[in-house]
Design a protein around this ligand. Sequence first.
Ligand code: GLY
Length: 602
Amino acid sequence: MPNLFTTTCKERSTQHRISCLVLIVTVTISWWCYGPARTAVAQTPTTFQRRTASTVQSQRVADGKHGMVAAVSPPAVDVGVEILKAGGNAVDAAVAVAFAEAVTWPEAGNIGGGGFMLVAPGRSAEDKSPTFFDYRETAPAAATPDMFALGESRLTARFVGTPGTVRGLELAHKKFGKLSWPDLVKPAVALARDGFEVNTALARSLNGVLRDRRSVNNAEMHRVFDHPEGRLWRNGDRLLQPELAATLERIMEQGAAGFYTGRTAELFVAEMRRSGGLITAADLTNYEAKERTPIHSTYRGYDIYGAPPPSSGGIANALALNMLEGLNLKREDRFAPRTLHVMAEAMRRAFHQRAMHLGDADFVEVPEYLTSKEFASELAASLHERATPSRSLAEEMEILDGGENTTHFSVVDDDGMAVSNTYTLEHSFGSRVVVNGGGFFLNNEMGDFNQKPGHTDERGNIGTPANVIAPGKRMLSSMSPTIVKRDGELVLVTGSPGGRTIINTVLCIVVNVLEYEMEIGAAVDAPRIHHQWFPDQLRVETHRFGNVGEDLTSTIEALRSMGHRVTTVRGQGDAHSIFYDAATGQLRGAADKRLDGKAAGY
Ligand code: GLY
């Protein structure tokens, strides 16, 4: 079969040299065949670019020279912009947005969960190296590798991991913050105490969880979040959360100690006793947020910074991009069957490596070669015209679904400092356990660990050692806050919710912007694809958000004829992103229109 591999083979090992020779001939032929087409594509906008440019919703896209915030929750975006205007930097604004979203987007914004913050310092910083704050939840000290039964409901207090958000935000603020901590928490206190206007997305989100029959025993959630008139929430209603306001006030006055010790910790531990969770006062006081070095990779001269373990996002994206770099993507249109096929095959291989090797690097060894260009070239060499059955890559196994409900926001300030923050409760509203008297949801992040050591089956369970539960260990994540730079200048800030689809949503946006030079609004709007090795299925997002439905119908047929098992989905991710044009000094924020997000700049 013809091979799609087109990178240099210089550094490959001896046993691959013969195949390299074959490949070089193939490369030459394929370049001869496709080189001119690539040039033509580069000079004129593709059909796809022309189409999507007209679909950009102006209310979702904002321009600014001095600062930009893009997030799912409009009141939280307004808080972020106010902090920037008051002289705060991007980290100050990000801390304030994170606390505000814990009030205004309770399905994922949180103080009872965890996440990651990637920071690229601005032009005036002495040390411009991007850095990463890991505030992922940890397994409590009493956790054991086989504490869960396969198929056990994850909507219980036993799935709560020790939260990291408040310590993580404090750590980032201690390193970079310019404004005082109380100034950053205060807006969230006001939103909780005085209330704010519920929009359509929030009303839908609250009504969904409150009406779900699996929430019937979550009495505290109903007490705190049911509409006071006993009806469904509507656009324009006001949501007040006085107990959350009191919790946030303690954090405002005492810093992270106001969450991990004292009154809030007492309420937390009492809730654990009442609802059967494992977290103790010692788990809370012992929780540590960590500063780590981001994953750095390159793509056609761009520097890509991504999330290191315990996220799988940075490594999986680096691996996929390293494969794609050599595969001459742009020889065809962004949504041509060949382009989607090649991307899907890179995703499939990256997810296979993810399942085999990735876990909390404080507990397991993560191979360094995963992000090398040579390793990606070796994997890319197995790409063909037809889909590679996932089973042929390794033994038969599937991976449990990660939660789909996380939230991402992006911030850039006047100095070019950028923050890419993704945080989560795992499932929408996490475990649905609300701390009695504390007013906040607790995560069910323990579900991101492999559920039963050694047990791998076709139903969706994996038991490889890297991500098995251990006390104090962080569960593997797919969250992929990402920052792209070129020659030291900021280019792109992006990330998304969506469980394992996060990695591929980010990959699609990075390819749209860096390879196809799409305008950021169009790049965010464009349909996304997802392949995660197992199940052996290519998910294609159709119709709803981009104006390309009719074209994707024939594309999907072509992908099926290549051997892909295609399923269609109505939405993937929610990737609020920012693009910086170094030539003009302009920032453009793009809120993802899949939810009611907002971008605002000045
Ligand atoms: N809970 C989703 C993730 O961390 O990937």
